[in-house]
Design a protein around this ligand. Structure first.
Ligand SMILES: [Zn+2]
Length: 720
């Protein structure tokens, strides 16, 4: 039922765009929906379930103008279906309430999944308009269901007596899941408290938007401007041209280097002029703390306070405790304990990397102490000296189709017995998109998989996986999943040559795809990748490990012209460069994640915080206040947590990493890439979606509780 809130799964840190779920609680939106459902009829391609194989969307028949009426009609239909369940005169049963809910919203899902795909991967002005129109309506739909008191009363009745219903484990999990989602949304509150919650949500939403607009303006204003070419020494020709273009677009003289959203700026790796590096870094660091109209500090202090109130209203000691109830970690304490354990090894390694850099500065007679704006510049030199790896050397070994067939598909064949056949008869949303039918080891069709790999102007940045059809035995649906990326499109007739980073992205997204394809659950709400944020990146990051697994790498890394395998020296360089500078990169993420959590464990009784002192104190308390190593995001420009729904959730990236590294270590300890290992992993993890308590599911598979050791090992941080 709630699959229209499926969040897009994006490659960690690659994409900074997250689907924004508005918290607008507008009953009028839902009412309007019913009115606009008119005009939807059999002529609309979403009117009936698709008759294509796997119920694939008929993209050849769908026009831009078909989405909005279908989504509106789908929402109206789902509300009607939900009302019928809520007002059923029969006493509530598992079948007539919980299962019935799972059957609602099928038209909405059908239309929304396709809409979601094209708006992210192939946007145009008409779709953009429809997207702006539908976003608040979809949020209101979710609220209308979650705050339906009659419906909740039925679910609560079933939940209260669930132990006596003799349900199978998946059904029992569904009852608990539904109950938890309703309670989390406030269904258990008195009417007066529901009103309070609504007000808190509205103020939070308004301030989140304020934060976003201030930050956008602040980031734009933080661009580095110069008319002095010598200050940009070190940048390549194409970077200079882009900077000149950016200046022109803003009617500025000279060159303009726009700010990226992270603290560190990529150009710092190349700029030889130290004063320029310092100026750019400080522009970034202070972007939202200038005391002007774009200063975000008072906004974030108030958001943190509102969230603390919300946590208390919903019955928890703080916001994080409420927000983590449906995550694998379950409590902020578990997440904090995990992060704290990483700090010593992480910072010790960063300190040793800093020593190497200082030695290089001294050897070059720099005459200064390492500062944050020097890090990228000198670590790039250390990296070149140690590994001397450049793109033109590696790319000929990573031709896209070869990587796909002999790398990504090959690993899935060796581990799970899958085979793939390209289909040219399934309609796609854009001519570059390819479709494969996926067959199980016994030859049975398992899934359809689409890939849309090449960069386009009308595509979101980064890479992601999502579904067009969600697997469910109840609804008799097999999974239809897709991967999107932004690889350089070659000129016509030329091969698409990838960097190793691109190759890793392919394996990563395909890991999500496998999680979707192997889904084998009864209920759509618990299927496939619909798992908590701190679990969802585990199968994808796990799949990345196979990219450098010797038997896999040897199978795909061949020169596209000569067919020669990659020389051993180059393989070694690629592997070593993967663990370069990991002390720094883990520490900057940890610092951001700890900051996030500390903002969200503030109790309701805490006074309005001063973000300056709060941030310094928070980092000092965790031994993460390090002069040369700033957090990846400072509180005042931490978009993930103030606007994009990652609040009290930034730790999830690292948590998932712990899971995937423990998993890969298990494979290594049990004979590596074998069908037996793959099948066991599929059966106990990849096919199970959210049908069990995730900690129990994971521990049962591993035969232990995961710990941080494999993570330190694969990041190359052991022994410090
Ligand atoms: Zn991912």
């Amino acid at each position: 039922m709630m699959s229209f809130t499926i969040s897009m799964i994006r490659r960690v840190f690659a994409a900074e765009i997250t689907m924004i779920l508005c918290v607008c609680v507008a009953a009028s939106c839902a009412a309007q929906t019913q009115a606009t459902a008119a005009g939807f009829g059999p002529g609309n391609p979403f009117y009936r379930a698709s008759t294509l194989p796997f119920q694939a969307p008929p993209f050849d028949k769908i026009k831009d103008s078909d989405y909005q009426p279908a989504i509106d009609a789908g929402m109206a239909q789902q509300l009607k279906e939900v009302d019928a369940i809520a007002n059923d005169p029969a006493p509530p049963t598992f079948e007539n309430t919980v299962v019935a809910l799972e059957r609602t919203g099928q038209l909405l899902d059908r239309a929304y999944e396709a809409f979601n795909c094209v708006t992210a991967a192939n946007l145009d002005p008409e779709l953009e308009k429809a997207q702006a129109y539908e976003a608040p309506r979809l949020a209101a739909e979710a609220d209308a269901i979650h705050l339906n008191a009659r419906l909740f009363a039925r679910i609560k009745t079933i939940h209260d007596k669930r132990a006596s219903l003799h349900l199978d484990p998946e059904s029992l999990r569904l009852v608990e899941y539904d109950y938890q989602q309703f309670v989390k949304a406030g269904a258990n509150l008195s009417d007066a408290d529901k009103e309070k919650l609504k007000k808190l949500n509205q103020e939070d939403a308004t301030l989140e938007n304020d934060f976003m607009s201030k930050l956008q303006a602040a980031t734009e204003a933080g661009a580095y401007l110069t008319t002095d070419a010598s200050s940009l020494a070190g940048l390549g020709q194409s970077q200079l041209e882009a900077a000149a273009e950016a200046a022109k677009a803003h009617k500025d003289q000279g060159w303009r280097l726009p700010l990226q959203n992270t603290t560190q700026q990529p150009d710092l790796a190349e700029l030889t002029n130290r004063a320029t590096r310092q100026a750019i870094f400080l522009n970034s660091w202070n972007r939202a703390e200038r005391g002007d109209a774009n200063d975000t500090r008072s906004t974030i202090a108030r958001i943190a306070q509102l969230r603390a109130e919300k946590g208390a209203l919903l019955g928890y000691p703080n916001y994080a405790a409420w927000n983590l109830t449906d995550q694998m970690a379950k409590t902020p304490e578990a997440a904090i304990q995990f992060m704290d354990a990483l700090v010593p090894a992480s910072t010790a390694n960063a300190a040793s990397e800093a020593k190497d850099i200082q030695a290089l500065i001294d050897a070059q007679h720099g005459g200064f102490t390492l500062k944050p704006w020097d890090w990228e510049f000198y670590s790039e030199q250390v990296r070149k000296a140690k590994y001397d790896l450049n793109e033109s050397e590696e790319k000929p070994y990573f031709e896209l189709n070869n990587v796909l067939q002999n790398g990504v598909f090959y690993a899935a064949h060796e581990l799970y017995g899958l085979t793939f056949k390209e289909r040219h008869d399934i309609p796609v949303w854009q001519p570059d998109v390819r479709v494969f039918e996926v067959y199980d080891a016994d030859g049975k069709p398992l899934s359809l998989w689409y890939c849309d790999y090449f960069k386009r102007d009308n595509k979101n940045g980064g890479a992601w996986m999502d579904v067009l059809v969600n697997q469910s035995k109840l609804l008799k649906q097999l999974p239809v999943v897709y991967n999107v990326a932004n690889f350089e499109k070659p000129a016509p007739g030329q091969p698409a040559l990838l960097t190793f980073d691109d190759v890793t992205t392919m394996f990563h997204e395909f890991g999500h795809a496998l999680h979707g394809m192997f889904a084998d659950t009864e209920y759509p709400s618990l299927s496939g990748t619909q798992v908590p944020r701190d679990f969802v990146e585990f199968p994808s990051q796990f799949n990345e490990h196979w990219a450098t697994y010797p038997a896999v790498l040897a199978h795909y890394a061949h020169n596209y012209k000569t067919g020669e395998p990659m020389p051993a020296g180059l393989v070694e360089k690629i592997k070593k460069s993967q663990t370069f500078d990991e002390g720094y990169s883990l520490t900057e993420i940890l610092a951001a994640a700890e900051l996030d959590m500390q903002w969200h464990v503030l109790p309701q009784s805490a006074p309005l915080q001063n973000p300056d002192t709060f941030e310094v104190d928070a980092l000092k308390k965790k031994n993460l206040w390090i002069e040369y190593l700033p957090p990846r995001y400072r509180s005042s420009y931490f978009l993930h947590i103030w606007n994009q729904g990652y609040q009290a959730g930034y730790y999830a990236y690292l948590w998932s990493e712990m899971l995937d590294d423990n998993a890969f270590q298990w494979f290594e300890d049990h004979g590596g890439m074998t069908r037996a290992n793959g099948d066991r992993f599929r059966q106990m993890i990849l096919s199970r979606g959210n049908t069990e308590d995730l900690q129990k599911m994971y521990d049962a598979w591993l035969g232990a509780t995961p710990n941080i050791e494999p993570m330190l090992k694969f990041r190359g941080l052991k022994g410090n």
